[in-house]
Design a protein around this ligand. Structure first.
Ligand SMILES: [Zn+2]
Length: 80
């Protein structure tokens, strides 16, 4: 796990070595656990809107670590 990456808003885009975006790494808004979700067009992972500075993921994030449930919308975590 690369903890050198910066997560100024609690998340960061993570790329494969060849440069394609593979997912979003984030600190769980509920408990701070180190988390990651794969993104693609929504077929297998979460759908990402392509915005690297203010990403939105669909559908919601349901955290097994602590039960937090919410969204990453426009770069911000929103509890629901
Ligand atoms: Zn958690």
């Amino acid at each position: 796990m690369n903890r050198d990456e910066e997560r100024p808003n609690g998340w960061c885009i993570r790329r494969y070595p060849e440069g394609n975006v593979g997912g979003v790494a984030f600190d769980c808004p509920g408990c701070g656990s180190d988390c990651w979700v794969p993104v693609d067009n929504g077929e297998k992972g979460w759908a990402w809107d392509g915005n690297e500075s203010e990403p939105t993921l669909t559908p919601s994030l349901g955290q097994r670590c602590c039960g937090w449930h919410g969204y990453l919308r426009a770069g911000r975590f929103i509890s629901c």
